[in-house]
Design a protein around this ligand. Structure first.
Ligand code: ADP
Length: 182
């Protein structure tokens, strides 16, 4: 059973939902950089105050800050983990690679949740999180296309990529993922 996983896909593709289901079912750590950052904002920490405006505008937080958060939260014991929302650009992917070599826990599979743009925009507008306004969504989707999408090819070249059609109902997607975990 694979236990070091990564979810890749546009905002609204369903990464968080699937990562949460899978991590609960297998007692893996679910590491969502977005969630961790939102928690910092909620708790009004120093870090939270630093990132609040950036997140609400739909821009990316600095590579340095997210790397720090990932390092702090990535378990060094033998429990499995699912990374969700990280890495988001090539520089983050390279940093992550270094960290994972250090702890000797390489990524075993990358699930790429693919979904048409119209569908994800509808989903995000329905979700209505603070950073889900029309303007912010546009920014996030553009950043995704420019900086995150190249990671699909990056992980494909490493033979780690599993394509998942994200435009289906939740259960069908999760059983598809489960089959590809073995
Ligand atoms: P979504 O996938 O719907 O965009 P997330 O919860 O993953 O939602 O991320 C929300 C916001 O948190 C992003 O728009 C960005 O500002 C910030 N963020 C999350 N992960 C990263 C990351 N790896 N690098 C930089 N910023 C990040």
């Amino acid at each position: 059973m694979k236990k070091h996983l990564l979810f890749l896909g546009a905002p609204g593709a369903g990464k968080g939902t699937q990562a949460e289901l899978l991590s609960k079912a297998n007692s893996y750590l679910h590491l969502s950089t977005g969630e961790l950052l939102r928690k910092e904002i909620e708790m009004d920490t120093n870090l939270g105050r630093q990132v609040k405006d950036i997140i609400n505008s739909g821009e990316l937080v600095s590579d340095e800050l997210v790397l720090k958060i990932v390092k702090q939260n990535l378990n060094k014991d033998n429990k499995g983990w699912i990374l969700d929302g990280y890495p988001r650009n090539l520089s983050q992917a390279n940093s992550l690679n270094k960290v994972l070599i250090e702890i000797n826990q390489p990524i075993e599979v990358v699930f790429y949740l693919d979904i048409p743009e119209e569908v994800l925009i509808k989903r995000l507008l329905l979700r209505g999180r603070k950073d889900d306004t029309e303007d912010t969504i546009r920014t996030r989707v553009n950043i995704y296309k420019e900086t995150t999408e190249p990671l699909i090819q990056y992980f494909k070249d490493l033979s780690l990529l599993e394509y998942i059609d994200g435009d289906r109902d939740l259960k069908t997607i999760s059983s598809d993922i489960k089959q590809k975990m073995v």
